[in-house]
Design a protein around this ligand. Structure first.
Ligand code: MLT
Length: 265
């Protein structure tokens, strides 16, 4: 797996294929491995880049907090390091979606299209901020595993949990590699992110939103609201799917992504 020595940390990433570049940005508390079904399926036609954000997976940490804008800066500098000389498609899930929106705001010249999945444009509500504070208290008292136990059943739909225990174990393994101090840096960054809703009408690039109908963490109505505010957006809601559509319904997810990408060829 390639690495690059960013001024603040060692950046690890997967890179496969050639053609139109697609940058995949993972969610919290996950890493680049969550994009395995997309890397396996799309690399014949596209140049796929899936980084481990700083502190996640095999990228080393730096001092926190990790703002969404800082992660977007990291992604832009990785694309520059890879000498990607054309605007990219940016695909982000959940926290990766918050980062994608920060990227769209700061680097519009590097953006050809946007894929937003299981994410929202709104900032944290007061309740969400209190929940994040509770999570940080748990982590600081050495109980970060309790967060995984609470999160796991909410990441995957009841049907996926019943039919695909291997996926449940795989997500658990990915989460367990995430360092507690990275979790705190992410939580602080997410709870202070700005509201992206006022900026949505300025995003002119083609956008695809894919959202799970059963997502208990971010209700699909938020995806509908985001889609109606984006000038050039298609919305797909997947049944029996919760917070990880690219894993739970990988074939349908990839099919919709391929259809979306066909307009760029
Ligand atoms: C994620 O999946 O990245 C998180 O659930 C996002 C969040 O906590 O807001």
């Amino acid at each position: 797996m390639p690495t690059w020595k960013h001024p603040d940390f060692i950046f690890s990433y997967d890179e496969q294929g050639s053609g139109l570049p697609i940058l995949f940005i993972h969610g919290y508390p996950l890493n680049r491995k969550m994009w395995a079904p997309q890397l396996a399926d799309l690399s014949e036609n596209y140049r796929l880049i899936a980084p481990d954000l700083r502190g996640h997976g095999e990228s080393t940490p730096s001092a926190g907090p990790y703002s969404m804008e800082m992660f977007a800066d990291d992604c832009a500098s990785l694309l520059e390091h890879l000498r990607i000389n054309q605007p990219a498609i940016v695909c982000g899930l959940s926290m990766g979606g918050y980062i994608s929106l920060a990227f769209a705001r700061k680097y519009p010249h590097m953006l050809r299209g946007l894929i937003l999945t299981a994410t929202r444009a709104a900032e944290d509500s007061p309740d969400a901020r209190s929940n994040r504070q509770r999570s940080m208290d748990l982590i600081e008292s050495g109980k970060h595993y309790e967060i995984f136990e609470t999160m796991l059943p909410r990441l995957l739909s009841p049907l996926t949990q019943q039919n695909n225990p291997a996926l449940v174990s795989q997500i658990r393994e990915i989460m367990e590699t995430t360092n507690p101090s990275t979790m705190i840096s992410d939580l602080k960054g997410m709870m202070s992110r700005p509201d992206s809703r006022p900026f949505l009408p300025d995003i002119r690039v083609p956008t695809l939103i894919i959202h799970g109908k059963d997502d208990p963490l971010i209700p699909y109505t938020e995806a509908q609201e985001m889609a109606s505010a984006l000038p050039n957006c298609q919305l797909v809601i997947l049944e029996n799917t919760a917070h990880l559509p690219n894993l739970e319904a990988s074939q349908a997810f990839n099919r919709h992504v391929r259809i979306f990408l066909s307009q760029f060829s």
